[in-house]
Design a protein around this ligand. Sequence first.
Ligand code: F6P
Length: 557
Amino acid sequence: MSDPVDATTTPAWARLKELRASYEPDLRGAFAADPDRAARFTRTAADLYVDLSKNLVDDDVLAALVELADQVGVPQRRDAMFAGERINVTENRSVLHVALRTPRDETLVVDGTDVVKDVHGVLDKVYAFADKVRSGDWVGVTGKRIETVVNIGIGGSDLGPVMVYEALLPYVQPGLTCRFVSNIDPTDVAVNTADLDPETTLFIVASKTFTTLETLTNARLARAWLLDGLRASGAVGEGDDAARAAVAKHFVAVSTALDKVEAFGIDPENAFGFWDWVGGRYSVDSAIGTSVCVAIGPENFADFLAGFHAVDVHFRDTPTRENVPMLMGLLNVWYDGFFDAASHAVLPYTQYLHRFPAYLQQLTMESNGKGVRWDGTPVTTATGEVFWGEPGTNGQHAFYQLIHQGTRVIPADFITVASPAHPLKDGETDVQELFLANFFAQTAALAFGKTADEVRAEGTDEAIVPARVFTGNRPTTSVMAPALTPSVVGQLIALYEHITFTQGVVWGIDSFDQWGVELGKQLAQQVTPAVGGDEEALAKQDASTQSLIRYYREHRA
Ligand code: F6P
């Protein structure tokens, strides 16, 4: 694997520095001077219509960013990813989430194995299982059909499935509901099972490694809840055989470690595999999405995968200048490197995408929140901006103040669809139009602001004119699609996967490992005995941790 190119040593970076030094953000002026600006800075990728024109760029900056991508080798590394090279160097793995959505009739041979064939082998198994649950062929141990599917997982084994399930609620089969348990806070499993009937509940234990403390603890709690409930109602007798029979009907698993699934007591027949070349945060389109597939059905799930693939093809085959994920990633690099932007807002104007920002937080920050490059040397620029957001219009009435008038540059992606899932009217008013008027107005307000003279012209008292001025030149990207279909949800995810990839390559980062989560996990194991009352273990902790644990022990009811 070639060493990363230090972006800051490239001619393109030097050019960007020069351009930044003389760049005076003036979106009003830029639009006035160029009636074609919106058209010239708009791109499409599959069904996504992406308007980049309200970003702080001109032709020279865009050209330099495109050169930067070439000079650090973004296209080459992208091609290496698609070819199955081991670009995840710290884990010595290929990075092949794109293979998860490659059509059945294509092949991709890696280390002598056609991974596309393997992918479709598992997909067929997931589809057959989903069909059985949906049709009522798969029943619980007492013969009742499944009404609730509870996915137990955390991180990528939770955030993707829950986000997509929520996004595609209108596609969920009536009579079926999914729930998601992730937190080891006992409240999560308790609250999510409290009103369920064990006879009609199916658990999917989703864990790539099948070693994750939170997931395995919750799975054991769920198994105990199931058996206690079935035994209490007399549905199932005592004894190991009865327990095994019940677990077989109410538990399935998704993992790369099928031996560990079996050791946990789940029949490998009821397990769906995937591969170490799929990162957890890139896995919702693998068997990790089984809960979603059960809910929306195989046909819709296949559309979801086709949406990913359409954007993969765009990313793979489109020149940098027209390549939407590359351009959006390069713009993020521009803001992080040259405007000190430390955060990035993602603002979906479609309620069903309400978990999308949370999903993106893992995708982007676990991927690029790193201080060393893939050859072990330190990074040379700021990396890994904080991604955050909430659905508009709720955000407008909460934190948009900071985006409009705060002192920091906060690039924001506005995402919406033309046709709503629920075309409601308020009297004669189409509510989607009211909603989208906000979407359009916000990006215009952020870009063009309001001058002091405009504020004065409204008769505002001079003393409060400054407080009512909007500087404008607050960068946004607008992403629109016809409707929130399974395909469009897949397209949006793939878009952000490849944006993240592009940024990672420019920064020289291995975007596919996550060593930064390990230390906390190790320390938690060491601290657990101290929390439980082991004085010797407590004495080994630092003074602050000791006093916090003592507080806990004194106050635990
Ligand atoms: O601890 C972080 C992490 O490894 C994530 O990358 C992953 O998505 C999550 O934990 C869950 O891991 P698993 O699917 O192996 O349970």
